[in-house]
Design a protein around this ligand. Structure first.
Ligand SMILES: *[C@@H]1O[C@H](CO)[C@@H](O)[C@H](O)[C@H]1NC(C)=O
Ligand SMILES: *[C@@H]1O[C@H](CO)[C@@H](O)[C@H](O)[C@H]1NC(C)=O
Length: 443
């Protein structure tokens, strides 16, 4: 019995991670990074300080880089920050941000850049540390909050990130990263992206994003990524893109994503011209409520300046087990597959996709889209065809999408301060977070 149980557990675990071909996250435990504690209070920092940036940098240069197995520690308390830091080249280290940092300079760039890190962990042990960007003071004219560049075997978790002047988290290539248990709360305005991620073998799970732009978005290049249990609590929605020249995205699973009302889309592929490919993608178990668009491929996306090239080639993309509605399915279709005429989509499969409209009537649109599972999609060889609009019937499998406690009914204003949230313990209806919050793991 016991052995069978273990075997079943092992199977479930391997299925969950099937998309990832390598182990993600730091290669040593947090405890192995506590041989030296590099406390910013010993490097010129003070609680209530007007600029904690120099103390973070000093603790990093004079302590972390000199002691393998160390933790850069910002104790609980409030700190202002006006000098941005790039923490480059650390190995086997942690950044324990229990304090809460408030941006006070409008210098552009990123408040915290982690670059070329290996075996790295950034987290708050209380699940309450993080950054207040006060973006309302310098909307789209200030820094982003965190950027992780070409780092390997790392994690970012249990942090609260509020109102970035621009994007909240950017992951630029690298490998074997794990992001989880984050609450990101931006304002109800464009340019407030939650997580933009590229690279290989990254796992993003249990993330809540409130904003008006990208929720968790895959950028090129990307391969072997798993994104799951994402709560877009009012948000632009999830996406691939924008996709430009030489796009290279493959082997992505994106699942258990919940998008609350007011979002722009449940999932969108966005491009306008460009080249390269997106292939071998599975998008399953999506729930969305009263978004503008639903399942949306648009390779003539007008908000993007056209890029040279015949179009990014989309192929072998499966949408499975979707339940959602859009606000007005005639004005904006619940399902639109607008593919590039110069690079028609192939093997697009819709399986048990139950998208409908709150108005009770809807259309679907297809252009140069080949595959199965939708009235207007064509089978056969990939020759371009002009847009086809068809009337949709209410899918027989459609049920009113689930809700989550704490759902948003209106976005946060972009002109005054946004309150700091706590990190929830569930990010998709009926499913707990995969890992307990750090604060609940203590003692
Ligand atoms: C299509 O993509 C899926 C992943 O979603 C992958 O398992 C499968 O092997 C791909 N099929 C082909 C023919 O490449
Ligand atoms: C989602 O938005 C609602 C409404 O503004 C807010 O009360 C709630 O805290 C948000 N959820 C999270 C997890 O931040």
């Amino acid at each position: 019995m016991f052995a069978l149980g273990l075997l079943l557990l092992a199977c479930v675990a391997s299925l969950t991670h099937a998309q990832l071909t390598m182990k993600v996250g730091p290669t040593t435990a947090s405890s192995a990074k506590r041989t030296t504690i590099c406390n910013v209070l010993n490097y010129g920092g003070a609680i209530g300080s007007s600029d904690i940036g120099p103390a973070i940098l000093s603790a990093y240069n004079n302590c972390v880089l000199k002691n393998s197995g160390s933790t850069l520690y910002v104790p609980a308390g409030k700190y202002n920050m006006q000098t941005w830091v790039t923490l480059n080249g650390g190995t086997k280290w942690a950044f324990q941000l229990d304090g809460f940092l408030t941006r006070t300079s409008t210098t552009s760039g990123h408040m915290i850049v982690i670059q070329n890190a290996n075996d790295f962990e950034m987290y708050s042990s209380t699940s309450a540390g993080g950054i207040q960007g006060n973006g309302y003071q310098c909307r789209n004219a200030g820094p982003r909050l965190i950027r992780i560049i070409t780092s390997t075997s790392w994690s970012l978790h249990d942090l609260v990130l509020v109102d970035s002047p621009e994007f909240h988290v950017v992951v630029q290539t690298g490998s074997r990263g794990e992001i989880y248990n984050l609450a990101i709360r931006g304002s109800n305005i464009g340019g407030s992206d939650g997580i933009d991620i590229s690279g290989d073998n990254h796992w993003v799970h249990d993330v809540e994003v409130t904003n008006r732009d990208e929720c968790v978005t895959i950028k090129s290049p990307a391969t072997n990524m798993m994104v799951e249990r994402i709560w877009c609590n009012q948000s632009g929605g999830s996406a691939f893109g924008s996709l430009g020249a030489d796009t290279a995205i493959s082997n992505i699973v994106y699942q258990n994503t919940y998008t609350n009302e007011g979002g722009n889309q449940a999932m969108m592929f966005k491009s306008n011209g460009g080249s390269g490919y997106v292939r071998n993608v599975l998008l399953q178990n999506f729930i969305s409520r009263s978004t503008a668009y639903g399942l949306y491929i648009n390779q003539y996306w007008a908000s993007m300046t056209p890029v040279a090239g015949n179009g990014v080639q989309l192929s072998n993309i499966t949408f499975k087990n979707w339940d959602g509605n859009v606000a007005d399915g005639v004005a904006r279709p619940p399902i639109a597959l607008i593919c590039a005429d110069g690079a028609p989509c192939s093997s697009i499969t819709l399986n048990n996709v139950n998208m409908w409209s709150l108005t009770g009537s809807a259309i679907a649109k297809c252009e140069s889209a080949f595959g199965s599972g939708l009235g207007c999609i064509k089978s056969g060889s990939a020759t371009s065809y002009a847009v086809v609009t068809s009337t949709m019937a209410k899918p027989s499998g459609y049920t009113t999408p689930s809700t989550m406690a704490g759902d948003l009914s209106a976005g946060y204003t972009s002109v005054s301060a946004i309150p700091t949230p706590t990190i929830p313990s569930s990010f998709y209806p009926g499913l707990p977070a995969i890992s307990a919050l750090a604060k609940d793991k203590q003692g």
